[in-house]
Design a binder for this molecule. Structure first.
Ligand code: LLP
Length: 421
């Protein structure tokens, strides 16, 4: 635990000035807890690193979309990267500035484009010729010219998990480099499109600088070609993707990442970035209580009240999250090797495997770095209500979203009409 927003005091794990045990007792488990100070510090780390360089930080809403999180960042002056009408509605709900919204994603529907144009979003990151044509048509119907950056696919290997790699030719994302120039030429001629920038995002949880530098070098070659043809762009969007330390990864410091981006992009262009995980990941935990300890001939299981429904990352990507025992148990409790699993009826339902932990009965555990891609990827599988989300702010605990009520799970479902017979 190197994050200054977490601390052990007399054997008890604290987030800022609050004992996590206290939160579990008051709000029940499982629950997600986020540190406002950690969110704020992470955002400022990016902002300060840019110094006087013209830049915009568009927080990637998909990583954690709770309104309290969005509001915290909006108050700092953050912009937002969205991928759906739902994320747009969330940003507008906290009074986020529409001009500071980037609309990303490969599958924007006509209705989503209309909603974004109505709201006045800053720029659409367009990912295909078909999308560009549709956007031109819809912007025309709305009597507008849509501001556009084309998201190019630079074909670099981000050396991350294949499911979260997006910058290879085989991926569905972006426009392949060889076709991007043609698409820019077309965009420049469309009546309801205004070309303003270029974008690239090569993947997530990237822990070295080289792939970012390679990708931006390729992007800048295209920008130079565009300038020669009189297609001038104002901003370069370097995407998100800077990784965090879950286990023993050694991602570069944010300042080094920003310095590399600034070096790769000439001064005359405004720089945009879309960090998600590195803003909210380390700022959050998932609290869970052990329900049962169960020995089998080959494994020792700790069956927790959280499951893949609350944190799907281990099941989906074999992701590793640190697990902390919230209260250090007496020395008589031996540390043994456990697989931490949930109650869901799937063998992939694990939170962590082969962890050596001193587990007293009903131990309270904190799954670390669960602030990103935790609650947003939660599901109601097995009719499990989604847990509450809390924000710690100094010594205060703010209930940002209550636990879903059981009745809410099926409140809008309708029985068939009675049989006529
Ligand atoms: N911009 C775009 C266009 C993106 O697709 C993403 C993430 C981001 C920015 C933010 O990337 P970040 O800074 O958070 O790495 N569910 C996966 C991660 C999926 C990332 C999808 N795109 C996980 O839990 O690891």
């Amino acid at each position: 635990m190197t994050d200054p927003h977490f601390e052990r005091r007399n054997g008890e794990l604290f987030m800022e000035q609050v004992a996590l045990r206290q939160i579990a007792e008051r709000f029940g488990t499982p629950c997600y807890v986020y540190s406002r100070a950690a969110l704020t510090a992470a955002w400022h780390r990016y902002d300060r690193a840019f110094g006087a360089r013209r830049h915009r930080i568009h927080y990637a809403v998909k990583a954690n979309a709770n309104l309290a999180v969005l509001d915290t960042l909006a108050r700092l002056g953050s912009g937002f990267d969205i991928v759906s009408a739902g994320e747009l509605a969330r940003v507008l709900a906290v009074g986020g500035d529409p001009a500071r919204i980037v609309f990303s994603g490969v599958g924007k529907t006509a209705a989503e484009m209309r909603a974004a144009l109505d709201a006045g979003v800053g720029v659409f990151n367009v990912e295909s010729p078909a999308e560009l044509a549709r956007l031109n048509e819809i912007a025309g119907q709305c009597g507008q010219a849509a501001r556009v950056a084309i998201r190019v696919n630079p074909d670099v290997d981000a050396q991350t998990h294949p499911y979260i790699s997006t910058g290879l030719t085989d991926n569905k994302f972006g426009v392949p480099m060889p076709e991007a120039l043609t698409l820019y030429r077309r965009a420049a001629e469309l009546a309801h499109i205004q070309v303003t920038g270029i974008a690239c995002h090569i993947g997530s949880q990237i822990t070295t600088l080289a792939p970012f530098i390679d990708a931006l070098a390729r992007v800048m070659v295209l920008v130079t070609q565009l300038a020669q043809e009189g297609i001038d762009i104002a901003h370069v969007d370097a995407g998100g993707g800077l990784g965090i330390r879950y286990q023993d990864e050694t991602p570069p410091p944010v300042a080094d990442y920003v310095a590399a981006v600034c070096l790769a992009i000439p001064e005359r262009y405004e720089i945009c970035i879309e960090p998600g995980r590195s803003i909210c990941g380390p700022a959050g935990v998932l609290l869970t209580r052990v329900e049962y300890l169960k020995d089998t001939p080959t494994r020792r299981f700790a069956i927790c009240d959280a499951a893949m429904t609350e944190l799907i990352r281990p099941a989906l990507y074999e992701a590793w999250h640190a697990v902390e025992v919230v209260q250090t148990p007496p020395a008589s409790v031996a540390a043994l090797e456990y697989d931490l699993v949930g109650p869901v009826c799937e063998s992939a339902d694990f939170l962590a495997t082969a962890r050596c932990l001193p587990l007293a009965p009903h131990a309270l555990l904190s799954i670390m770095s669960a602030g990103a891609y935790g609650h947003v990827m939660a599901s109601n599988y097995n009719a499990r209500p989604r847990p509450p989300e809390l924000v710690v702010d100094g010594e205060h605990i703010h209930l940002a979203r209550p636990r879903e009520a059981l009745a809410a799970l099926f409140a809008e479902e309708q029985l068939l009409p009675p049989d006529p017979r």
